[in-house]
Design a protein around this ligand. Structure first.
Ligand SMILES: *Cc1c(COP(=O)(O)O)cnc(C)c1O
Length: 372
């Protein structure tokens, strides 16, 4: 599994992912389910490894974005529900039934496509109804909720496993939109109960869990918190750090005072310097907007990224690090406990989600912890 040629190594601690899942679950009342959102290849960390580990912990509900993501997950999960957030259409229905994937039905057209699939299969098919409560993205708008509530035949042949909605600003606990969405969700659930009966419901993503039990319903759907990102940005991070990223120094050079480093000559050296050239760049998801802002760790020191991030390389000012440490072949830490995904996101002017899902495919992924 380890590869001596790797110049970038992403270490993913599966025990920490499992601990984060258990810790989120411990915040729920007994009987409330804790799903795992593993879309975009488990936020870039490896969906199959993460899902297999969480299945071993007792997780039985997994959310992915696309049918293809669901198909690859089904290969490692013999049972357990796999929900496809993109839903279904006539082009994807057969693949969903073949791989026992459950579509999240986002509008009447998707409901119709899945109803037709059930009729064609001559059986009842599981589904999730997604109601829009304010995101105005995917999900049944209010008029479509009213139609489903009043026309029971629309759901003929479908077994509704879950009714869900999605929060707009759950990371801001004080945002009144949280309560507004919860009230709209409750109103729609009670309207639907007339035709559907009472169904399990789900509203909270990672941050939504921390809004309290009123937001938990029957199931919560954490993603980013499983991967160690703080779901409560204005308070200390309750989650365990999951990943480290290290990359290799390819060259160390002395550069005179007054010279510049990299494309566009954006960094002027104020003193005679040593510059380490490291094998990671924007093609690896080390975003170019972090140029002259991010930093790495080497020999116990923080070393700044100087000059532009280029496609395959970044340049670090290692003048203060002893030459025996800052040398070709040594690895620098790009992400660790002291400078993590959140710090890099701030320096790159983005959110931790984008940093995670951009983590490059040239990095070797090494998994720590027990793997089933
Ligand atoms: C991505 C996603 C989640 C998980 O969100 P996090 O903020 O990562 O916890 C939950 N529900 C839906 C519908 C999503 O698209």
């Amino acid at each position: 599994m380890t590869n001596e040629r790797s110049s970038g190594i992403l270490t993913i601690d599966l025990d920490a992912v499992a601990a984060n899942w258990r810790s989120l679950k411990s915040r729920l009342q007994a009987g409330t389910l804790c799903a795992a959102v593993v879309k975009a290849d488990g936020y870039g960390l490896g969906a199959t490894r993460i899902a297999a580990r969480l299945y071993a912990e007792g997780c039985r509900d997994f959310f992915v974005a696309t049918p293809d993501e669901g198909i690859s997950l089904r290969r490692v999960l013999p049972d357990g529900a796999i929900y496809v957030l993109a839903g279904v259409d006539s082009a994807t229905a057969a693949a969903l039934t073949e791989h026992r994937l459950t579509p999240v039905l986002n509008h009447l057209g998707q409901i119709e496509a899945w109803r037709k699939a059930a009729a064609a299969a001559g059986s009842t098919l599981p589904s999730v109804l997604h109601l829009d409560t304010g995101m105005n993205r995917l999900g049944l708008p209010r008029d479509e909720v009213a139609r489903v509530a009043s026309e029971a035949p629309l759901l003929a042949g479908l077994k509704t496993r879950l009714v869900m909605s999605h929060l707009v600003s759950s990371e801001l606990a004080s945002d009144p939109l949280n309560e507004t969405q919860r009230a709209r969700f409750d109103a729609s659930l009670s309207a639907l109960s007339a035709s559907l009966g009472t169904k399990p419901a789900s509203l909270a993503n990672s941050s939504g869990i921390f809004l309290g039990p009123a937001f938990h319903y029957a199931m919560v759907r954490p993603g980013v918190a499983l991967y160690g990102v703080n779901p409560t940005p204005n308070a200390p991070n309750p989650m365990m750090e999951v990943l480290r990223l290290a990359a290799k120094i390819l060259q160390v050079r002395r550069v005179d005072r007054g010279e510049t480093v990299g494309y566009g000559a954006t960094h002027l050296l104020p003193r005679p310097s040593r510059i380490a050239v490291v094998a990671a760049g924007y093609a690896d998801g080390f975003l170019r907007s972090a140029s002259n802002r991010a930093s790495a760790r080497l020999g116990g020191l923080s070393v700044p990224v100087v000059g532009r991030v280029s496609m395959d390389l970044i340049t670090l000012d290692v003048t203060d690090v002893p030459e025996t440490i800052a040398r070709p072949g040594a690895f620098v830490d790009l992400l660790d406990g002291t400078y993590n995904v959140e710090h890099l996101a701030t320096d790159a002017g983005t959110i931790p989600y984008e940093i995670l899902t951009a983590l490059g495919h040239r990095y070797e992924r090494r998994y720590l912890g027990t793997s089933p």
